[in-house]
Ligand binder design. Structure first.
Ligand SMILES: Nc1ncnc2c1ncn2[C@@H]1O[C@H](COP(=O)(O)OP(=O)(O)OP(=O)(O)O)[C@@H](O)[C@H]1O
Length: 352
């Protein structure tokens, strides 16, 4: 439904085209979002998320590459044809972008007025949309009379007015408190299911990805560096940045006192500190006691957590493996052969 092929975007300051002043915010991005999927793009501030999502409806025209939505190459269009194609792409924003002088009803009907639709048809279209987003009793109110969550509901209804195939969400819940965020995400999930709408969202919050996305891409310095099903991303991110996002989200970091003692290389009297992530059958297997029995190492658990990520269970643990070097090596092999993600965080000197 959405396809970006080798899309790059370079910004130049006004009136200058020299390479020294250019900022390349998106670099050779390839992305495919099939019909009906909710796809999240997560990244740190300045990574290029807004640029990417604005390239999808050509609010920013890519410098190179092609953008295709619903089988139509948008990058080949301009003028009226592009405007027409944009009717099939709705968009919502962090700060809602409502017109303060218009009522809720008039905000939602605006895109239909611009399309030249008759008043009676507009009413038939807008009334059920306000019901869908739970605001049928607020039609005559003005944005200033609404909460943030209600404003975003108006923005969602407005984005759906032209019956788009695709909804783009630019940090749609970043200005909302956690509870309101939850209700807006529920609404987006509901719309995705009821209308079969394809959703592309950008966010810096793992919670958003965890709650509603089917698939996720990670963006770093303008590049899409990792893409996975959400369950896989939360159990085994493939990049350092992916692991950092996951650890921040799970708040699973070794205690500060331990971090200060960690050394990168093993020494004659040190033992490894590992971060273990396990999912599926491994969650219910008594691996740690087996490890102690079969590999003759002692395991000191420093932190542990079990999380539910959509339909999967994910276990995480930070532990010290204590024993002679050959035994701890055996223990690491044992863990790796049992489908656990094992990351050696470093080595600590034995106190004994
Ligand atoms: N219009 C512009 N002109 C020049 N540089 C820009 C422009 N828009 C964005 N940039 C630069 O492009 C890079 C990516 O910005 P972008 O807004 O896409 O990132 P982001 O991931 O959405 O960040 P944030 O989460 O902080 O909004 C940044 O270095 C930014 O300064």
């Amino acid at each position: 439904m959405i396809r970006l092929q080798d899309v790059s975007k370079t910004y130049y300051p006004k009136g200058r085209r020299d390479a020294s002043s250019a900022v390349t915010a998106l670099k050779h991005a390839d992305l495919h979002v099939p019909q009906g999927q909710i796809h999240g793009v997560i990244g740190l501030s300045g990574a290029g998320k807004s640029t990417l999502i604005r390239c999808v409806n050509l609010l920013e025209r890519p410098t190179t590459g092609t953008v295709t939505v619903d089988g139509q190459e948008l990058t080949a269009l301009s003028g009226a044809a592009l405007n027409q194609a944009r009717h099939r792409i709705g968009m919502i924003f962090q700060h809602f972008n409502l017109l303060t002088s218009r009522t809720v009803f008039a905000n939602v009907s605006l895109p239909l007025e611009l399309m030249g639709m008759k008043r009676s048809e507009i009413r038939e279209r807008v009334t059920p949309l306000l019901e869908l987003v739970g605001l049928d009793d607020k039609a005559r109110q003005y944005p200033a009379q609404l909460s943030g969550g209600q404003k975003q509901r108006v923005a969602i209804a407005r984005a759906l007015a032209s019956r788009p195939k695709v909804l783009l969400c630019d940090e749609a819940t970043s200005a909302l408190d956690p509870q309101t965020t939850g209700s807006i995400l529920d609404l987006l999930r509901d719309i995705n299911r009821k209308l079969g709408l394809t959703i592309l969202l950008i966010t810096h919050e793992m919670e958003v990805v965890k709650s509603i996305c089917h698939r996720v891409s990670l963006i770093s310095d303008g590049e899409l560096v990792e893409e996975a099903d959400v369950g896989d991303f939360f159990t085994a991110p493939q990049t350092r940045l992916g692991r950092d996002f996951l650890n921040d989200f799970l708040e699973l970091d070794p205690p500060r006192a331990l971090i200060e003692r960690l050394e990168e290389a093993p020494g004659p009297n040190s033992h490894p500190v590992v971060r273990l992530a396990f999912s599926g059958d491994a969650v219910s297997t008594p691996l740690i006691s087996r490890l102690a029995r079969e590999c003759s190492v002692d395991v000191s658990i420093l932190q542990a957590k079990v999380e539910s990520i959509q339909e999967r269970t994910l276990g995480l643990m930070i532990a010290e493996l204590m024993g002679p070097a050959e035994k701890t090596r055996e223990a690491l092999d044992y863990l790796e052969s049992h489908d656990l993600q094992v990351e050696v965080l470093g080595h600590v000197q034995r106190d004994d």
